[in-house]
Design a binder for this molecule. Structure first.
Ligand SMILES: NC(=O)c1ccc[n+]([C@@H]2O[C@H](COP(=O)([O-])OP(=O)(O)OC[C@H]3O[C@@H](n4cnc5c(N)ncnc54)[C@H](O)[C@@H]3O)[C@@H](O)[C@H]2O)c1
Ligand SMILES: [Zn+2]
Length: 359
C-alpha cells in the first residue's frame, strides 16, 4: 500500500492507494477513526458493484452503517439532493463524532463533502473515490460543493476529508470514456509540474489503458502527490493552486457554451490545454514541441479536437466568467513540459488569433 500525507496542520490526512482496498476498508479505517454511526453515500451504478463490499467491511469493524444511494449524474449535485442527505443524517441520528463516507466519482464526493461540511457545522468524512478523475483530483484538496442554476460549484466550501482511500481495482468497472477523461487531468499534472510523469504516460499509455496495476499506481500516486504539494502551499487558492486550472480557462468556456452537455469535463479540458499551449507559443513563451507532445497524446486517447464553436462565442464566455479580475483573464501557460506560469497578459487579440486556427 502506498501512503501519501497531505500536510495541512490540523487538517492533515493520509491518502492510501492500493489494489483490493475496498474489501479491507473497515480494517484500515479503524486505525483512523473509532467505530461510529456512519452514513455511506454512493450512487446507483457504484452501489451495484461496490456497495455491499464496502458496507460489509465497515459493519465487520463495528461501524453502524446506513447506505444512501443517489441517482447517478451531475444533475444530482444540488441543494435539493443535499437536503435529502441531511434527512438521512437526522434519521440515522448522526452527531459531531459520526462519519460520512463518500463512495463514488466526483459528484458523490463533492456533495457528500458539502453535506459533511455543513451538517452540525461539520462532521468527519472520508473519500473513497472510484473514478480516475476523483482519484487524482476531486477527492483531494477539500473543495466541496453543489451546483446552482446560475453556476457550477458555486455553493460550497473548503473542507478536508479525514482520509482518502483509493482502490485501483475499481477502475475495472469504470466506462472507458470516463477513464480517458480522467487521464486528461493526469496529463495536466505532467504539463504543470512533472516532465517525467508526462514521459511515463507517453511510454506507458497502453499499460495504463489496460489497467496494469503498477502503471496505475504510478500515475495515481504521482498525481496525488503533485496535487497534495500544491494544496499544502495554497489551500484556499490564493495564488499557486490556480496552476491546477491549466487547460480549464478555455475548457470551462467550452463546457459553458455547450451547456455541459456535449463534452465531458476532461474532453473540454484537453482542448483547453492545447489552446493554452498555442497561446504560450504565440507569446514566445515556449516552442512547438510542447504543443505537439500534448496533441499526440490527446489524439492517441481518441479525444475530440474540434468544437465547431465560433471563436467569438468562446471569447465572450471567457470574459463573462466570474473569475475575470479587473477585465483581465488569467491563463496558465506552459513554458516547457513540467513547468507553467500564471499570466494575465493574454489579450483578446491573441485569443481570436489562436481560436481561429484549427487544432
Ligand atoms: N472538488 C474538486 O476539487 C473537483 C475537482 C474536479 C472535478 N470535480 C467535480 O467532479 C465531478 C465529476 O466527477 P466524475 O468525473 O467522477 O463524475 P461522476 O461522479 O458523475 O462519475 C462518472 C460516472 O461514472 C460512474 N462511476 C464512477 N466510478 C465508477 C466505477 N468505479 N465503476 C463504474 N461506474 C463508475 C458514475 O456512476 C457516473 O455515472 C464534477 O461534478 C466536478 O465538478 C470536483
Ligand atoms: Zn478538471
Amino acid at each position: 500500500m502506498k501512503t501519501i500525507r497531505v500536510n495541512l496542520s490540523d487538517n492533515s490526512y493520509n491518502i492510501y492507494i492500493d489494489e483490493g482496498l475496498l474489501e479491507k476498508i473497515g480494517d484500515t479505517l479503524v486505525k483512523e477513526k473509532t467505530p461510529c454511526k456512519t452514513l455511506l453515500i454512493t450512487d446507483k451504478n457504484i452501489e451495484k458493484v461496490y456497495g455491499s463490499i464496502v458496507s460489509e467491511s465497515l459493519l465487520r469493524n463495528k461501524f453502524d452503517v446506513r447506505l444512501v444511494s443517489l441517482t447517478p449524474g451531475e444533475e444530482q449535485k444540488t441543494l435539493e439532493t443535499a437536503f435529502i442527505l441531511y434527512d438521512a443524517c437526522f434519521d440515522h441520528k448522526l452527531d459531531r463524532n459520526s462519519l460520512i463516507v463518500a463512495l463514488g466519482g466526483g459528484v458523490v464526493g463533492d456533495i457528500s463533502g458539502f453535506v459533511a461540511a455543513t451538517f452540525m457545522r461539520g462532521i468527519p468524512f472520508i473519500q473513497i473515490p472510484t473514478s480516475l478523475l476523483a482519484q487524482v483530483d476531486s477527492s483531494i484538496g477539500g473543495k466541496v460543493a453543489v451546483n446552482h442554476p446560475k453556476g457550477k460549484n458555486m455553493i460550497g466550501s473548503f473542507y478536508q476529508p479525514r482520509a482518502v482511500f483509493i482502490d485501483t481495482d475499481t477502475l475495472a468497472t469504470l466506462p472507458a470514456t470516463e477513464l480517458v477523461a480522467g487521464l486528461v487531468e493526469v496529463i495536466k499534472y505532467g504539463v504543470i509540474k512533472d516532465a517525467e510523469l508526462f514521459e511515463f504516460i507517453e511510454k506507458s499509455l497502453y499499460d495504463i489503458l489496460q489497467l496494469n496495476h503498477d502503471a496505475l499506481l504510478k500515475i495515481i500516486a504521482t498525481s496525488c502527490q503533485i496535487k497534495a504539494n500544491v494544496v499544502e502551499e495554497d489551500e484556499k487558492e490564493k495564488h499557486l493552486r490556480a496552476i491546477l486550472n491549466y487547460g480549464h480557462t478555455i475548457g470551462h468556456a467550452i463546457e459553458t457554451v455547450t451547456n455541459y452537455k456535449k463534452y465531458r469535463h476532461g474532453e473540454a479540458v484537453a482542448i483547453g490545454m492545447l489552446y493554452a499551449a498555442r497561446i504560450a507559443i504565440d507569446m514566445g513563451l515556449t516552442d512547438n514541441t510542447v504543443f505537439e507532445r500534448q496533441l499526440s497524446l490527446i489524439k492517441r486517447l481518441g479525444l475530440p479536437l474540434q468544437t465547431g464553436l465560433k471563436p467569438e462565442e468562446i471569447v465572450k464566455t471567457l470574459y463573462a466568467d466570474k473569475k475575470v479580475i479587473s477585465g483581465r483573464l488569467r491563463f496558465i501557460l506552459p513554458t516547457q513540459i513540467g513547468e507553467v506560469i500564471i499570466s494575465d497578459q493574454v489579450t483578446e487579440e491573441i485569443l481570436h488569433r489562436i481560436l481561429n486556427k484549427p487544432l
